[in-house]
Ligand binder design. Structure first.
Ligand code: JFZ
Length: 442
């Protein structure tokens, strides 16, 4: 029986279809792949900054910040940036928001400084989301920031500030486009040319770009061949560009990394680069009534959990229509940044934990070092490290500037680190074990 006969609206059926299409590809057992003709060494070199970075800022910003989750006096459920779809707003009505979007309080340098102080190493901002509105000066459309009251490119100052402050600037760009009439049906090849044209602007006009983060790939008009051809086109313009797996159909190729969304894969994605993207509250794009903020403790432990499984964490902020990052987001990022100032060594440039599971927390590693991230501090001062057989040459608290040695006892099935009665950080205190050789865990 058709879903529609069950009085499920066409739109809901469409949303379900999109979800099913994503889920169907999510379970395809793909194989990791480098670019055709790219050696493993070349790919490792290209991916190095991204693999070492671990932590980035996602920014969802655009016309949808103006209604901020409400339309004609009624609250619209779902993500803020989906208001045009979920609110069933006619295209002509929604497009009038262009004349209202005037972010006079936007301060790109401040945004980059907030990300940098949080310990983030890259920024991914929506150059164009599903609504088709371009936050940059595009010569290919009037449906861009230049056609509204603000009249200046929003991405240029952000790219310049990233380059000045040492962060990578990256673009989220949606393949799905609700505004461009060619983006559906038989004219799609025309739209694909438009898509390539805007991407050419985004790769060539803003200095070095770190990542192109695609989305909206689930549409029936898009396919793997389009994805492979687009990846080659982009690499031709910037050979070291990194692209996510949504340039194709979310498999392991085309694209360089997997993109689990709002979730952390239980065992990571072994043998594959991957990045979890997540909202800080319940929406990507700003909604005035969404106060479901995750705590700093939750966000920081998610970062550590993700990195301990070999992934990156792309944490989202949704600025207001005036250009302000919500203070609740800034507060959490400042608190995370204070922890990262002291403990960043246990995050940046590390690789996944050698332990299957640790009852009290997580682990990350570097050659010759294990970083034990203790969320639940042992009341008896005895931190059990299961199965580790390496000789521990030194143990100390990463936050202890004196690196006062901690004693370690070897037992048959574990090693016990004798730690102080109180942790140095209630969210995550890091114990460093310096070991001989590669970690051996039985
Ligand atoms: C996609 C976007 O739609 C969303 O607005 C945000 O940009 C996120 C990072 O990426 O998220 C999706 C896409 C498809 C589904 C759910 C979330 N789906 O079909 O279930």
């Amino acid at each position: 029986m058709s879903l529609i006969n069950n009085r499920v609206s066409v739109r809901t059926a469409l949303f379900l279809a999109i979800s099913l299409s994503i889920l169907s590809t999510a379970f395809v057992r793909p194989t990791a792949a480098a670019l055709p003709g790219e050696t493993k060494q070349q790919k490792d070199k290209r991916m190095k900054w991204w693999r070492d970075a671990k932590f980035g800022m996602f920014i969802h910003w655009g016309l949808y910040a103006v209604p901020a989750g409400e339309w004609k006096g009624k609250k619209v459920d779902g993500y803020g940036e989906w208001i045009q779809f979920k609110g069933k707003i006619p295209e002509k009505e929604y497009a009038k928001l262009q004349a209202k979007f005037n972010p006079t309080k936007y301060d790109a340098k401040k945004w980059v400084s907030i990300a940098k102080r949080a310990g983030m190493k890259y920024i991914v901002i929506t150059s164009k989301h599903h609504d088709g509105f371009a936050l940059f000066d595009s010569k290919l459309t009037d449906y861009d920031i230049m056609g509204g009251p603000y009249g200046k490119d929003l991405l240029k100052p952000l790219a310049d500030a990233c380059h000045d402050q040492g962060l990578e600037i990256c673009w989220y760009h949606s393949i799905l486009d609700w505004h461009n009439p060619d983006a559906k049906g038989e004219n799609f090849p025309e739209y694909e040319k438009f898509l390539r044209g805007q991407l050419k602007e985004l790769v060539n006009n803003y200095g070095h770009i770190g990542v192109l983060w695609f989305d909206g790939e689930w549409i029936k008009e898009w396919n793997e061949e389009y994805g492979r051809n687009l990846e080659a086109y982009l690499r031709d313009m910037q050979p070291d560009l990194i692209v996510n797996n949504r340039i194709g159909k979310r498999k392991r190729s085309p694209g360089d990394f997997g993109t689990p969304e709002q979730e952390i894969p239980t065992t990571g994605m072994p043998g594959w680069d991957w990045e979890t993207c997540m909202t800080m509250n319940g929406t990507w794009g700003f909604k005035s009534d969404d106060h479901s903020w995750k705590s700093t403790e939750d966000l920081l432990q998610k970062l550590v959990d993700i990195v301990s499984k070999g992934g990156n964490f792309l944490l989202n902020v949704g600025p207001t229509a005036e250009g302000i990052i919500p203070p609740e987001s800034v507060k959490r990022l400042e608190e995370i940044g204070r922890w990262m100032d002291v403990n960043g060594e246990s995050i940046y440039g590390t690789t996944a934990s050698p332990f299957e599971k640790l009852a009290w927390g997580r682990a990350t590693k570097k050659p010759g070092k294990l970083y034990l991230h203790v969320f639940d501090w042992p009341a008896d001062g005895k931190l059990k490290v299961p199965g580790l057989t390496n000789k521990v040459t030194k143990a100390y608290l990463l936050a202890d500037k004196s690196k006062k040695p901690l004693s370690v006892e070897s037992k048959a099935d574990c090693q016990i680190v004798n730690v102080p009665p109180k942790p140095l950080d209630k969210i995550d205190t890091v114990v460093v074990l310096e070991i001989d050789g590669e970690p051996q865990v039985k």
